[in-house]
Write a protein that binds this ligand. Structure first.
Ligand SMILES: [Ca+2]
Ligand SMILES: [Ca+2]
Ligand SMILES: [Ca+2]
Length: 416
């Protein structure tokens, strides 16, 4: 029987917070591969989700904002996604949780390719059960509902298979509503990262230099909310692993854990996502799978790699019909040899018009249309405090220009 595939997509989770999820850390991270250089395709909820489902970059799928769903469907992207392809390969498929932003105006929509569709809708606690709307009371209740239905979906497949499921809780996205069990877990958490309220902003792009200082008490409270909500997610991950174990499926299930985007809490005087800095563009990225040796990797991996990897696990050619912009991680995950993996990776924001090119320890950020750029060496300046102002950026800039216009094999060739 072919292996099962599960994607867990958290919402607005910083890389640095993964370590606070003790059960997930012990049972998923330490049993799998943790990527220190995992990135969003674009660090914003809807566009990132569109990229994961299609292995297209935002400049290719054309969904630049959180009015994502309508644009996605209007272009017919929903007819060729990871779901339609996995379904075509004989997989049972299920979506559980937050789908692309914009679904709230089209609540009865069910995306092609999903055999089970449990989509949480908006903030009022509505859930679409295969297109039929139910009111379960609150957003938290709708998240719990989706997690419960995922558990049932998984349990039902103990003697059947294979299946592909996406679990997308709206955790740890604000407003924060941790359970009574965890609401005091991080009451005393402190918040003093090196880039907090960056003192010297003269190296930053001109339109960021005048940003006011952020309120540390407010940022600290946001962190507390996120970490406490993540403890609830941690419990749910543990329960799901229990179900997989109990039903004898854990050793034939690939589990990918990522977030849609990271989150800034006052670093560089910025809040939230959408920005090119590591806290926002970087995401947690973990894979546990059959035969995979636990390790920590510096390979550059992106959300666009999820789909080709899933298709590869299913025995499909990821490029059949349409060349994907991501690459399958399956070979290197199994062999542990990442020496022929991509050497550079792009992250972009097609709404704010920036692109980030990561290669080695270099982070080159280009702000198109403003004719400004930043350049950091993350080996010596991991918190991106001092952009080099005199540097030869011609090659980096030329590469970004090419990558921003490419897709499929051509884009992958530019990563070599
Ligand atoms: Ca998000
Ligand atoms: Ca608390
Ligand atoms: Ca600085």
């Amino acid at each position: 029987m072919a292996d099962n595939v599960l994607w867990i997509i958290s919402d607005d989770q910083m890389r640095s917070s993964l370590r606070t999820m003790d059960k997930t850390w012990k049972r998923l991270v330490e049993k799998g591969v943790r990527f220190r250089r995992g990135y969003a395709a674009m660090p914003l909820c809807g566009p990132a989700r569109a990229s994961m489902l299609t292995s297209r970059y935002p400049h290719d799928h054309g969904c630049h904002t959180n009015r994502t769903h309508q644009r996605f469907v209007a272009q017919g992207h929903d007819r060729d996604t990871v779901a339609t392809r996995m379904r075509g390969a004989g997989y049972d498929t299920g979506y559980f949780g937050k789908y692309m932003n914009g679904l709230v105006t089209d609540p009865e929509y069910v995306a092609p390719g999903w055999g089970r569709w449990i989509a949480t809708i908006g903030l009022e606690g509505q859930v679409s059960v295969d297109g039929e709307i139910r009111d379960v009371g609150s957003q938290k209740a709708s998240d719990d509902f989706a997690a419960d239905r995922l558990g049932r979906f998984v349990a039902r497949h103990s003697d059947m298979g294979p299946w592909f499921a996406v679990w997308a809780p709206s955790t740890p996205h604000g407003p924060y509503t941790p359970s009574p069990e965890h609401r005091d877990d991080f009451d005393d958490v402190q918040w003093d990262p090196p880039a907090f309220n960056e003192a010297d902003m003269s190296d930053k792009p001109t339109w960021l230099r005048g940003l006011p200082l952020k309120d540390r008490t407010r940022m600290r409270a946001e962190l507390e909310g996120k970490l406490e909500e993540l403890q609830d997610l941690d419990d749910q991950v543990a329960r799901l692993l229990d179900v997989l174990w109990r039903t004898d499926q854990l050793d034939r299930t690939w589990i990918f854990f990522v977030s849609d985007n990271g989150f800034l809490l006052g670093e560089h005087r910025l809040v939230a996502k959408e920005q090119p800095y590591e806290e926002s563009a970087g995401i947690p990225f973990v894979v546990r799978g059959p035969g995979v040796e636990p390790s920590v990797r510096d390979a550059f991996v992106s959300q666009v790699d999820l789909m080709p990897t899933a298709l590869d696990i299913a025995g499909l050619d990821p490029d059949a019909g349409r060349e994907l912009s991501g690459r399958s991680m399956l070979g290197p995950l199994r062999s542990g040899d990442w020496s022929s993996w991509r050497r550079r990776l792009m992250v972009e924001n097609t709404f704010l018009n920036w692109a980030l090119l990561r290669q080695g320890s270099t982070a080159y950020i280009e702000h198109h249309e403003r004719d400004e750029w930043e350049l950091y060496d993350l080996a010596t300046d991991p918190h991106q405090l001092v952009s080099r102002r005199s540097a030869d950026i011609a090659q980096l800039s030329a590469r970004v220009t090419q990558m921003r216009a490419a897709r499929g094999r051509a884009l992958r060739a530019l990563e070599e």
